[in-house]
Design a protein around this ligand. Structure first.
Ligand SMILES: [Fe+2]
Length: 294
């Protein structure tokens, strides 16, 4: 079946048909997906009933895998999934929802703030691929915001003000915004800030976009309050409803997004219900700013 893409909602989200992830994809299919990702920035694949291994194989046919090592508060013996997956479920090792006041959950719900995956890594993520296994009875949408359109819509003065700026990203900053300050010395060292440019140019399309994320907590050379307020204003601009696609999950959905030019956030759902979603991630092409590897 040929690969087809039709727009869903705003112009940066498309729904793909003609791909069956239970089988290896052909080089032509991989090329069609990459071209689709260049044209859109979010692609939705419905009714994919795949195993963890099949998700992994599909992901690896699109690029180099990013591992999720040391990015959450789960200890090694508490991991539910191997580190080739980012476990963004609300479940413990025994597949039970984490208690409402569990510190691993309170850290993880920082994902409900607008962010770009792994912007806290020296080499941030390219694509994220999220697969829906168990979906709560209500809520739990993932919302995406188009950072190209947001950049284009800035006035000239603000574009000039953003040019050349470098931000400091850390999961400590995003969690502080949610009132989570309870880090151990080991975690503070592990979540040391990294540098990212505020404007990115897409390697395939040459289009500029804002590179925002709740992980951004400072701008190099700026006083902290001024930086945070400047970033807050940009975030407010960039997440206006006209730039947003809200994905309502169905079991068997796999959604791919380009972290280099979108932000996303999870929406709330009943805490006692399981939400089992499994993410694989592709590594970006390199750091956005030259810096020492973390
Ligand atoms: Fe995320």
């Amino acid at each position: 079946m040929p690969v087809k893409i039709r727009q869903v909602g705003p112009c940066f989200a498309g729904e793909v048909t003609g791909i069956d992830m239970t089988k290896p994809i052909t080089p032509e299919e991989a090329a069609a997906i990459h071209a689709g990702m260049d044209e859109y920035a979010v692609l939705v694949f419905r009714d994919q009933h795949i195993t963890a291994e099949q998700q992994l194989a599909f992901t690896e046919s699109l690029g180099e895998l990013e591992h999720a090592i040391g990015t959450s508060l789960r200890k090694d013996d508490e991991l539910r999934l191997p580190t080739v997956f980012a476990d963004v479920s609300n479940l413990d090792k025994d597949n039970k929802p984490l208690a409402r006041d569990d510190r691993r959950r309170l850290f993880a719900i920082g994902n409900r703030l607008w962010h770009s995956d792994s912007s806290f890594k020296v080499t941030p993520a390219k694509y994220s691929l999220l697969y829906g296994i168990t979906i709560p009875s209500k809520g739990g949408n993932t919302e995406f915001a188009d950072m190209r359109a947001a950049y284009d819509a800035l006035d000239e003065e603000t574009k000039q003000a953003c040019e050349g700026l470098v931000c400091e990203h850390s999961q400590i900053y995003s969690r502080q915004q949610a009132g989570f300050f309870d880090f151990t010395d080991e975690e503070r060292a592990r979540f040391k800030p990294v540098l990212q440019t505020l404007i990115r140019t897409h390697p395939s399309t040459g289009r500029k976009s804002l590179y925002l994320s709740s992980h951004a907590g400072g701008i190099v050379g700026w006083p902290v309050p001024e930086a945070r307020i400047f970033l807050r204003d940009l975030n407010e601009h960039a997440t206006q409803r006209k730039f947003v696609y809200s994905h309502k999950w169905r079991v068997g959905d796999l959604v791919i997004w380009d972290n280099r030019r979108t932000m996303h956030r999870a929406r709330p759902f009943p805490a006692h219900e399981p939400r089992d979603v499994r993410r694989t991630t592709l590594k970006g092409e390199g750091p956005t700013v030259a810096q020492q590897a973390a």
